[in-house]
Design a protein around this ligand. Structure first.
Ligand SMILES: Cc1ncc(C[n+]2csc(CCOP(=O)(O)OP(=O)(O)O)c2C)c(N)n1
Length: 320
């Protein structure tokens, strides 16, 4: 059993709430036409995205999926700069050129969210090879969705990561759908973690809505990879409440299914845990929720007040 300090539990609950409020606000801004380009919301997946990142050590690296806001918040990105990026402002992480799907901060170890499904696998292997070559003792945490594990890049990356014993943890958020396609229509395995067998690496399936399961499993997997034993594949079973992206009318699923998963909401589950274990008083819980909400309101203010990129910056940071 991994010890959780009060300080860590506080950070966990605060960040899960920040992730939820961030996307609620973003969803609202999308509906008002204030966000250009698409966004992929991860409401319902907060325990996976946030907790996996909170298990990292200083200096570890991440590669985020296209559904990466909760992951980025867990990794410690500044919500002001994230919101500004989503609104296409010059103060954003990529000076407004990337938008929601390309939030990156390479200097600080965030190799970036990725619009290419499966694009993070080989990128993570490259970064992990660098860590191994330079003996940094750092690990790469690679996020992707269930659909991405049908891409060739997933299989090529697991193969090479296994052969070279690379310090990388592949963390798959199985939210049951690839766009409108339910998982049973696009793969014939019960658990995505079964795919690890083909590459002779450990594979684990966990409840992605249970913050403790996610945190404990990723912590152990990172230790394993850090010890030079090679990669680990983790599948976190979870669910997204929103549509695939902003244009999705969700005709492919029954809203009753969404309601079933809402009863297993990761934030509610964590709140129950805090109450049952009397870690914080009701007042302290409410205070954390309020502070998280205020931080997001401030992020929206910051983003709205920020300048648009100037036309003469259009070729800045363009490599090809
Ligand atoms: C290489 C590539 N193929 C197709 C797409 C279009 N696309 C965007 S998201 C997506 C579904 C991905 O599903 P999954 O990996 O399960 O992630 P989720 O969206 O469920 O989080 C697809 C096919 C893309 N962006 N990149």
């Amino acid at each position: 059993m991994i010890e959780l300090s009060e300080e860590l539990l506080l950070r966990m609950y605060y960040k899960m709430n920040q992730a939820r409020y961030f996307e609620e606000k973003l969803d609202d801004l999308v509906s008002k036409g204030q966000v250009h380009g698409t966004v992929h919301l991860a409401m319902g997946q907060e325990a996976s995205g946030v907790m996996a990142c909170l298990a990292l050590e200083e200096g570890d690296l991440v590669s985020l999926s296209h559904r990466g806001h909760a992951q980025a918040i867990g990794f410690g990105l500044d919500v002001n700069l994230m919101m500004a990026e989503c609104l296409g402002k010059y103060t954003g992480y990529c000076k407004g050129k990337g938008g929601s799907m390309h939030i990156a901060d390479v200097e600080n170890g965030n190799l970036g969210a990725n619009g290419v499904v499966g694009g993070g696998f080989n990128l993570s292997c490259g970064a992990a090879l660098t860590q191994k070559y330079h003996q940094t003792g750092k690990v790469v945490l690679c996020f992707a969705g269930d659909g991405a594990t049908n891409e060739g890049s997933f299989h090529e990356s697991l193969n090479l990561a296994s052969v070279w014993k690379l310090p990388v943890v592949f963390f798959i958020e199985n939210n049951q759908y690839g766009m409108s396609n339910p998982i049973e229509n696009h793969m014939n395995v019960e658990n995505i973690s079964d795919r690890s067998e083909a590459y002779n690496i450990p594979g684990l399936t966990i409840d992605g809505n249970n913050f403790l399961d996610v945190y404990n499993t990723v912590t152990k997997a990172l230790r394993y990879a850090r010890a030079g034993k090679g990669p680990v594949l983790i599948e976190a079973k979870t669910y997204r409440y929103s549509g695939h992206s902003k244009s999705d009318k969700q005709v492919y699923r029954d809203q009753r299914e969404v309601q079933v998963w809402r009863k297993k909401d990761p934030l509610l589950k964590m709140k129950e845990y805090l109450r049952e274990n009397r870690v914080f008083t009701e007042k302290q819980i409410l205070k954390m929720e309020d502070e998280a909400m205020i931080s997001i309101e401030q992020a929206v203010e910051f983003a709205k007040k920020s300048p648009q990129p100037q036309l003469d910056t259009i070729l800045e940071d363009v490599y090809a």
